[in-house]
Design a binder for this molecule. Structure first.
Ligand SMILES: Cc1cc2nc3c(=O)[nH]c(=O)nc-3n(C[C@H](O)[C@H](O)[C@H](O)COP(=O)(O)OP(=O)(O)OC[C@H]3O[C@@H](n4cnc5c(N)ncnc54)[C@H](O)[C@@H]3O)c2cc1C
Ligand SMILES: NC(=O)c1ccc[n+]([C@@H]2O[C@H](COP(=O)([O-])OP(=O)(O)OC[C@H]3O[C@@H](n4cnc5c(N)ncnc54)[C@H](O)[C@@H]3O)[C@@H](O)[C@H]2O)c1
Length: 448
């Protein structure tokens, strides 16, 4: 709209979508409350008396609500109308290849972007309908503190919320069918899991939830490895894309359970007028990916330029404490793809001076390097979600490791961990090389 195109935005529920209302923002706000609750007991070495603070769970939820309300104007109908969009607040459905209906309004358009996101997938587990099942859509509104929260699913939603609830005073059990945080490098996930378990969260892996029984207040999850009893149940076993009710068939738009079937340019393979963005586009499900898709589609729709959506440079971070972040290939993926051409360099938080001053010495960075360029980076530790940024920039722009090693950074900062990892790539070449030693020896003899 700001570039002069005629744009209609149709939103059937809350402006701001999942991220603002039920996802990133409420979860990170709750995690922030949990961090404050935990700060008083995590580090006895600072000379500050350790006092377990009293937690007012409902007030923590007030904080969550306040943060959502503070950010909401950015995504509001008023703002978008101010930018020049026509905003319709109703559910949209296709009625033909060129028309969408929302309420009584029929919109005819040359191009459509489907950005309907995803909702919590609630699996068909026997007995689930006999108890109150919380998902990310309800858990942030729960004002009473669960005595014992059972979480089915140890992915990012399950693990972020498990740790936050534990720190806010709940007993927490996570029941994970395969491997918790299984999409990340297992060496780094283990660091998070060790910490979360040390804080008192029970994480049971390799254990599918087979059946649920009980009533509100006492819920039992039955598994092949025993029964787990809690007061509240959160289901976080992945997402299902929002395609129901869109009548995509009427627009000849093909889709499956992962989302719309699109080509590399996010364009429907069956109706060239239709594009997809965000969770419903069938790939990685993150807000920054949805934003990246949006940018690519501006290129395509406004300027007719190719808008190939890359995935190799997309980072992600899980906001447990310590945080876990990834961009590009993991070590295992890089080994498979690049074999003996791969070098993996590491730097440890324990060797970082700032981390030592702050007692944040648990963690490490691994960088996967091929031909002098990073192809992946994995970080676990304090501020990992911030530190991954420089590797995302390097991979997005095809930078060499020298771009990182040549950068002068303020001392003492966590960012030096990244520079140290880059240094670790060059150290053997400089310090273990007979040739370098010989050249230095000769030069030392010649120069005055
Ligand atoms: C608990 C949780 C924590 C998360 N934390 C993070 C995080 O820290 N970082 C991160 O990057 N990602 C995070 N995510 C993922 C992130 O929320 C999603 O990837 C992101 O919201 C996707 O954006 P989207 O625009 O594709 O969809 P959404 O944000 O879901 O927006 C889709 C919109 O479409 C509307 N809609 C759907 N169908 C229709 C229809 N037929 N007609 C009209 N409107 C319709 C919906 O009401 C919704 O407002 C988190 C998700 C959850 C659940
Ligand atoms: N920090 C972030 O960026 C962030 C945070 C939260 C969510 N998200 C996004 O939301 C998506 C969804 O998160 P999620 O955690 O719901 O999904 P997920 O798919 O990442 O993890 C779900 C977990 O549930 C397990 N599971 C599935 N069925 C089970 C069963 N019957 N019993 C026990 N375990 C079972 C799976 O093995 C998996 O480990 C993420 O993939 C991510 O894209 C991002």
């Amino acid at each position: 709209a700001q570039m002069g195109a005629s744009v209609v935005l149709i939103e059937g529920h809350k402006m701001g979508g999942d991220c603002l209302n039920y996802g990133c923002i409420p979860s990170k706000a709750l995690i922030a409350s949990a961090k404050h609750a935990h700060a008083g007991v995590e580090n006895p070495q600072f000379g500050v008396e350790q006092v377990r603070p009293a937690v007012d769970f409902a007030a923590a939820k007030d904080h969550v609500r306040h943060v959502v309300d503070t950010i909401a104007p950015v995504d509001s109908q008023d703002r978008f109308e101010g930018l020049g969009c026509t905003v319709i607040r109703d559910n949209a459905r296709f009625i033909s290849e060129t028309e969408v209906q929302a309420g009584q309004t029929i919109v005819t358009a040359r191009r459509f972007v489907v950005a309907t996101g995803s909702g919590p997938f609630v699996p068909p587990i026997e007995g689930l309908d006999s108890v109150t099942v919380h998902t990310n859509e309800t858990i942030f509104d729960l004002r009473e503190r669960p005595d014992h929260l059972l979480v089915i699913g140890g992915g990012p939603i399950g693990m972020e919320l498990a740790q936050a609830h534990r720190r806010l005073g709940c007993d927490v059990t996570v029941i994970e069918g395969a491997k918790a945080m299984g999409k990340d490098d297992p060496e780094l996930s283990a660091v998070v899991l060790d910490r979360v378990r040390a804080e008192g969260v029970t994480v049971v892996e390799g254990t599918q939830a087979d059946r649920v029984s009980g009533a509100d207040g006492s819920v039992t999850v039955h598994t092949a490895n025993g029964d787990f009893i809690g007061s509240h149940l959160l289901v976080a076993v992945g997402r299902s894309v929002n395609v129901d009710g869109l009548d995509l068939e009427k627009a000849n738009v093909s889709y499956d359970r992962k989302g719309l079937k699109v080509d590399d340019n996010l364009r429907s393979v069956s109706n060239k007028r239709v594009y997809a963005a965000g969770d419903v586009a069938g790939g990685l499900q993150f807000t920054h990916v949805a934003g990246y898709h949006g940018g690519q589609l501006v290129r395509a729709l406004m300027f007719g330029l190719p808008a190939k959506a890359r995935t190799d440079h997309i980072p992600w971070a899980t906001y447990t404490d310590p945080e876990l972040a990834q961009v590009g290939l993991t070590e295992a993926q890089a080994r498979k793809k690049h074999g003996s051409k791969l070098s993996v360099v590491r730097s440890e938080y324990a060797d970082n001076d700032r981390a030592n001053t702050e007692g944040r010495t648990t963690g490490l960075i691994k960088v996967m390097v091929v031909g002098g360029r990073p192809v992946g980076a994995s970080i676990v530790g304090h501020l990992a979600g911030e530190l991954i940024g420089i590797w995302a920039m390097a991979i997005a722009n095809n930078l060499k490791m020298t771009a990182i090693s040549n950068t002068v950074l303020p001392y003492p900062t966590y960012m030096e961990l990244n520079k140290r990892a880059a240094g670790a790539y060059f150290s053997p070449k400089l310090f273990d090389s007979a040739l370098v030693k010989k050249v230095v020896g000769l030069v030392q003899r010649w120069i005055p």
